[in-house]
Write a protein that binds this ligand. Structure first.
Ligand SMILES: Nc1ncnc2c1ncn2[C@@H]1O[C@H](COP(=O)(O)OP(=O)(O)OP(=O)(O)O)[C@@H](O)[C@H]1O
Ligand SMILES: [Mg+2]
Length: 683
C-alpha cells in the first residue's frame, strides 16, 4: 500500500478489482481463443500467464484496499490459545501490531474527515438488526433476537466483538500487521501498562505471564493480584502445570486461606523502622488522627526493636500482644539486656517484685509488679539503653492514655490476627504444615509466587499486606544490588537470577520505597511489569506528582491501553514528536468577463491543492478511543507501536483439580471478569 504519489489515497473504491477483472478476461481469451487475437496457442498461453500475474497482483491490491476499509468498522477477532505463542529466550511476544509512523497519523486524520464518514459507519442493515434485537428482546418473538445475536461464525447478522472504541485506530495499519516482540534485555528497564478499568490489563498480563512461566525455569516470577482475578489465577495454575513447574507454584491468598501458604509480611526489611510504617500505614492521617498515628508508629517501632533484640522476628500477633501487654516485652528485654552487660539482677528484682505485689494488693494497682521492679532496679543502678528507655517510657505511660493510642491501631491488628487470615499472616509457626513464603529463600530456589490480596473485600488488610510484600521485594532487590552474588553469598546460583514481577493494580501496592525499586532494581536483574489505571493513583500513593512522574519517566517501556484521564494520556502524547499531515483541498472557481468585450465570456478553474500541517503524532482522543485489548506502546527508545493483544482462549484449559476449581468458582463470584468464553472463536 505504499504510495509513490505525493498524497496517498486509500479511501476510494477498490478500482484494482476492475483491472484484475479485465486481466482475467484477457487471460481467458488467450487460452480459449488465441487465434482470434492473432496468436498461436503457445504464445496465447504465454500471454495468459502474464495476464494471470498482473490480474492476481491487481486483485490482491484490491483485497488490501477492501480489508483496509472493512477494518474501520471491525477488526478480525483475535482469540488465541496461549499455548500457541512461541516462547522465545530473547523476545517477549506482545501481540499483533505495526510500527506507528507519520503515515498512520495522516491516515487516521483522513478517516475522520466528514466526507469519509461512510467508511467507518455501520451499515444500515447492521444497525437496524441491533436496534430490532433491543426492541423485541422481551416480547413474544424475543427468540429471534437471540438467534441474530448469536456469536457464531455462520450467523450472517453476527454482532461485532464487543470491544468498543474506534477500530480505525488499528485499521490504518491492518495490512502491515505482524507479530510484535520486545527484546528481553529491554525488560530490565521495566514495563508499565496503563489502562482504565475493564479494558484488558489482566488479560494482557496473562499473555506475558504465560511466556515468563515457560521461558526459563531459573527465573523467579512474582505475581501480585490485589483484586484476585479468577481467570488470572487459573491461567497461572494451568501454565505452571504445563511447564512442569506446579511444585514450584506458591499461592498466597487472603481471600482463600484454605489454599494459601503462610507469610509474615513483617519478616524482611532493610531498616527496622520500615516495620512500623507497614503496621501503621493504614491508619488515618487527618486532623487529630495524625498524632495517634505518630504515637502508634513510635510504639510499634520500640516494640519491634525490643523483639528483634530478644531474637524474635516481629509479626502481627506479636505486635498485638505487645500493645496489650507492653510489660511482658519490657521484662524479656531487661533480662536479656542486663545479662549482656553483666549486671546481676535476679535476686534484687525478685525482692522488689514481692514488695510491689504487697503494695499493689493494698492500692489495687493494675501495673505488672515485675515490670515495675525492673524499672526501679534499672533506675536505681543508673543503667541506660536506648530501646530500654523507650520500653520503660511506654510502660510508665498513663494506662488510659496508652489504651487510647492502642485503640487506634487495635482494629487493624485485630483484622490481621484473627481467624484464618490471622493464621496465614503470622509466618512460620510450630505445628503448622502450610509452606511459608520467605523471599530470600525463594530467590535462592526460584519458582512462581501468586499473591492474591482480595482487596475488594478488605481494602485495609489487602493494602497493608500488598505494600509490605512490595517493600520486602524492594529490600531484596537492594540486598542483591549491593552484594556481589558470586562472592560467597548464601546464594546457590553463581549468577543473579531474573526476578520478574507482575503487579496488577500496582498503585495499591506501592509506598514511599517504591521509587528506588523502580529506579535501581534493574541492576539486581529485576524486571517489573506494572499495571495501573491512572497516574493519579500513583500520585496519591507517593504523595506528589513529581514522584509519580519520576516513576513513569524512568520506565523504559510504556504501554497505554484505553485511558480517559487527560493528564495520564498526555504522558505518552507529549513524548512523541509532531508530524506533517498532508491534505487535499479542492478549489474551483469561475471568473465572469461578461460585458467587458473580447472573446472570453468567463474562465472556470478546478484544481486540487495539497497542503501540509504540523500535528501531534497522537492525540489524547486516540488513547481514549482505543478498543479493549488494544494499546499504544513506546519501546526501544521512543519507537511507537500500535498493538492488539490476543484474547486468551479458555478452551484449552486443562481440567483443574477440584479444590482449585472450587477456589476459582468462589473467586468468580467475588470478582466477575465478564468473560463469555463459550462460542468465541477466531475468524
Ligand atoms: N485482547 C482482548 N480482546 C478483546 N476483548 C478483550 C481483550 N482483553 C480484554 N477484553 C475484554 O475486556 C474485559 C476486561 O478485561 P480485563 O479483566 O483484562 O480488564 P482489566 O483492565 O484488568 O479490568 P479491571 O480494572 O477490572 O481489573 C474482558 O472480560 C474481555 O471481555
Ligand atoms: Mg484487572
Amino acid at each position: 500500500m505504499t504510495s509513490k504519489y505525493e498524497i496517498e489515497n486509500l479511501l476510494r473504491p477498490p478500482v484494482e478489482y476492475s483491472s484484475a477483472l479485465v486481466s482475467y478476461v484477457f487471460m481467458g481469451a488467450c487460452i480459449v481463443a488465441p487465434y482470434k487475437l492473432s496468436m498461436s496457442p503457445t504464445v496465447g498461453f504465454a500471454f495468459a500467464g502474464m495476464f494471470f500475474v498482473t490480474g492476481t497482483w491487481r486483485f490482491f491490491q484490491g483485497v488490501k484496499i477492501s480489508t483496509y476499509h472493512k477494518s474501520f468498522k471491525r477488526l478480525p477477532r483475535y482469540i488465541l490459545s496461549l499455548s500457541k505463542i512461541k516462547v522465545s529466550r530473547h523476545f517477549l511476544f506482545m501481540g499483533k501490531g505495526f510500527r506507528w509512523r507519520e503515515t498512520h497519523t495522516e491516515r487516521i486524520y483522513a478517516v475522520r474527515e466528514r466526507k469519509n464518514e461512510k467508511y467507518s459507519t455501520q451499515s444500515f442493515i447492521y444497525s437496524w438488526i441491533r436496534n430490532l434485537e433491543y426492541q423485541i428482546e422481551n416480547g413474544k418473538i424475543g427468540f429471534l433476537a437471540k438467534i441474530t445475536a448469536k456469536d457464531v461464525y455462520f450467523n450472517p447478522f453476527r454482532p461485532y466483538p464487543d470491544v468498543g472504541g474506534e477500530p480505525a485506530l488499528h485499521g490504518v495499519g491492518v495490512n502491515e500487521e505482524k507479530d510484535v516482540t520486545m527484546r528481553l534485555s529491554n525488560r530490565y528497564g521495566h514495563h508499565i501498562v496503563v489502562g482504565s478499568t475493564r479494558v484488558g490489563k489482566s488479560r494482557k498480563a496473562e499473555v506475558y505471564i504465560t511466556q515468563d512461566i515457560h521461558r526459563n525455569k531459573d527465573d523467579l516470577i512474582v505475581i501480585f493480584d490485589p483484586k484476585g482475578d479468577a481467570d488470572l489465577l487459573k491461567r497461572i495454575y494451568i501454565e505452571a502445570e504445563k511447564a512442569g513447574r506446579l511444585s514450584e507454584l506458591m499461592i498466597f491468598h487472603l481471600g482463600f486461606p484454605e489454599i494459601s501458604c503462610s507469610y509474615n509480611p513483617l519478616d524482611s526489611f532493610t531498616r527496622l523502622t520500615e516495620l512500623s510504617t507497614r503496621v501503621t500505614g493504614s491508619l488515618p492521617e487527618s486532623g487529630d488522627s495524625k498524632a495517634f498515628k505518630d504515637y502508634a508508629w513510635q510504639f510499634t517501632n520500640s516494640f519491634s526493636k525490643g523483639m528483634f533484640y530478644c531474637g524474635d522476628v516481629p509479626n502481627y500477633p506479636k505486635i498485638k500482644q505487645a500493645f496489650k501487654r507492653p510489660d511482658l516485652l519490657l521484662i524479656k528485654y531487661s533480662e536479656k539486656y542486663l545479662a549482656s552487660i553483666n549486671v546481676e539482677f535476679s535476686f534484687e528484682v525478685e525482692r522488689l517484685t514481692d514488695e510491689l505485689k504487697a503494695k499493689k494488693q493494698k492500692k489495687n494497682n493494675t501495673r505488672s509488679p515485675k515490670a515495675e521492679a525492673f524499672i526501679t532496679f534499672i533506675r536505681d543502678k543508673g543503667i541506660y539503653g536506648n530501646t530500654l528507655e523507650d520500653l520503660i517510657y511506654i510502660n510508665q505511660l498513663d494506662p488510659e492514655y496508652f489504651g487510647k493510642i492502642s485503640s487506634a491501631i487495635g482494629p487493624f491488628l485485630e483484622k490481621v490476627t484473627s481467624g484464618q487470615v490471622g493464621d496465614i499472616l503470622s509466618g512460620a509457626k510450630d505445628g503448622c504444615e502450610k509452606p511459608v513464603l520467605d523471599w530470600m529463600e525463594l530467590y535462592k530456589r526460584g519458582g512462581i509466587v501468586y499473591i492474591g490480596l482480595d482487596a475488594l473485600t478488605d481494602v485495609e488488610v489487602g493494602g497493608a499486606v500488598g505494600e509490605a510484600s512490595f517493600a520486602a521485594l524492594t529490600s531484596m532487590a537492594g540486598y542483591i544490588y549491593k552484594h556481589d552474588i558470586d562472592a560467597g553469598t548464601p546464594f546457590t546460583k553463581s549468577k543473579k537470577r531474573n526476578v520478574i514481577v507482575h503487579a496488577d493494580e500496582f498503585s495499591d501496592l506501592i509506598g514511599p520505597k517504591f521509587v528506588p525499586l523502580a529506579n535501581k532494581s534493574g541492576g539486581a536483574n529485576f524486571q517489573l511489569v506494572l499495571y495501573t489505571q491512572t497516574l493519579s493513583d500513583i500520585e496519591v500513593k507517593l504523595g506528589d506528582e513529581s514522584k509519580a512522574n519520576q516513576v513513569i519517566t524512568n520506565i523504559n517501556t510504556i504501554e497505554f491501553m484505553r485511558v480517559q484521564d487527560e493528564k495520564t494520556a498526555n504522558l505518552m502524547v507529549k513524548k512523541l514528536p509532531e508530524v506533517n499531515v498532508s491534505t487535499i483541498m479542492a478549489v474551483s472557481g469561475v471568473n465572469d468577463n461578461a460585458g467587458q468585450g473580447g472573446t472570453v465570456g468567463f474562465v472556470s478553474s478546478n484544481e486540487d491543492r495539497t497542503s501540509t500541517q504540523r500535528v501531534p503524532m497522537l492525540q489524547v482522543a486516540d488513547i481514549a478511543g482505543l478498543p479493549k485489548g488494544q494499546s499504544f506502546c513506546l519501546m526501544d527508545g521512543n519507537q511507537l507501536y500500535k498493538l492488539r493483544a490476543p484474547m486468551p482462549d479458555k478452551k484449552d484449559s486443562a481440567a483443574l483439580p477440584a479444590t482449585l476449581l472450587d477456589v476459582v468458582n468462589k473467586m468468580k463470584v467475588a470478582y466477575q471478569s465478564d468473560v463469555e468464553w463459550g462460542g468465541l472463536r477466531n475468524d
